[in-house]
Design a protein around this ligand. Structure first.
Ligand code: SF4
Length: 351
């Protein structure tokens, strides 16, 4: 069972949220994951092959289940320590409920974290609201100040959400972000909206500017980072994702019921493998690296978003990341500045 090669585990600790963002595609079922499921999936994940891995606590709002989150992080932390593997523990949140006590807890367990934000006040307030429609920009901004003051710069990234409505100011906003303090961002195009040809072009144009800015910053004393370049530098694997995906190879996501899935678009009634029954039966025999050897045990895991427009942006972002990571690697062969940059980048947030 542990002959699988999985480096990336995404855990949904709950299916609840305190916000009602207008572009949110996640169904809120008011459920939480059980510790039994957390333990079993961590055992499977940590003991599968590869030493460099990442655990991502992601989707919905994990801080709403803080006791459960604490238990999950402590269990994961102990298992990682025991395994002696290099496994990053990360969390993505809207940070509405963040306070000093929670920051101290994350610090103690070396958790990396990402903050979802649209940056532009009007746009953020238009889309990211409470259920009673109250705006959230100022609240999140204050949490950001708290993070910047009390947390290690090396463990924080801004998940810069880009909508068709703020894509025009994307590069201008990026310059403000890096001037404030964040040196690491994840370019996160919003998925559940229609991207027109002109907004895709605008997005791509601005992305190239950001990538160039990051590349040129390597020569400076204040280098900048992009999570997807960090990921490529750390795992050298992103490019392979374009060829073949399998839940027993590289990446899987764990739903609150224990379903092993690829994306939260997966509905539990679609008959996913479940970590509880699957492990009990020791069902899976394959160790899959290419489609030709596929035992056809997986189901239709490819479902993402029927609208291809956002996939085009994500693919372009990933291809740029591969290209720039390759360039940085080549430069590092005979340039110590680039070599040092890689050493830093592989320990930054690699979303
Ligand atoms: S914070 Fe995230 S999970 Fe919550 S409503 Fe907004 S997009 Fe959805």
């Amino acid at each position: 069972m542990f002959d699988k090669e999985v480096y990336n585990l995404k855990i949904n600790v709950n299916n609840i949220c305190n916000l009602n963002c207008s572009y949110c595609f996640l169904e809120k079922w008011m459920k939480e994951i059980s510790i039994d499921i957390v333990e079993k999936s961590l055992d499977f994940f940590i003991n599968s092959k590869w030493n460099k891995k990442i655990i991502r606590i992601y989707w919905w709002e994990p801080l709403l289940s803080f006791d459960l989150l604490k238990k999950t992080i402590i269990i994961a932390h102990n298992k990682i320590k025991e395994s002696k593997k290099d496994i990053m523990l990360t969390i993505c949140s809207n940070w509405i409920l963040l306070d000093i006590d929670k920051i101290e807890f994350f610090k103690k367990y070396g958790v990396y974290f990402a903050l979802s934000y649209l940056w532009n006040r009007n746009i953020h307030n238009k889309f990211r609201k409470y259920k009673n429609w109250k705006w959230t920009y100022d609240i999140v901004r204050n949490k950001m100040v708290l993070i910047l003051k009390y947390y290690s710069n090396d463990k924080v990234a801004l998940a810069f959400d880009v909508h068709t409505e703020n894509v025009g100011s994307f590069y201008k906003d990026y310059k403000e972000i890096i001037n404030l303090w964040f040196d690491t961002i994840n370019i996160a195009p919003i998925v559940w909206i229609k991207w027109t040809k002109s907004s895709i072009y605008e997005m791509y144009k601005n992305m190239v500017k950001v990538f160039m800015r990051v590349y040129h910053s390597i020569w400076s004393h204040n280098p900048l980072y992009l999570c997807t370049i960090n990921r490529e530098l750390r795992y050298w694997e992103l490019s392979k994702n374009f060829s073949w995906n399998c839940i027993f190879f590289k990446y899987f996501e764990l739903g609150v019921n224990g379903d092993i899935i690829f994306t939260p678009f997966w509905k539990s009634n679609k008959n996913a493998w479940n970590i509880l029954t699957w492990i009990n039966k020791e069902l899976i025999l394959c160790n899959n690296h290419n489609m030709s050897k596929c035992l056809q045990c997986s189901r239709d895991y490819s479902y993402w978003n029927n609208d291809n427009s956002v996939n085009e942006i994500i693919n372009r972002r990933n291809l740029l990341s591969i290209k720039f990571a390759k360039l940085i690697k080549e430069k590092a062969e005979n340039n110590i500045i680039f070599e040092n940059y890689i050493q830093k980048a592989i320990n930054k947030m690699p979303f």
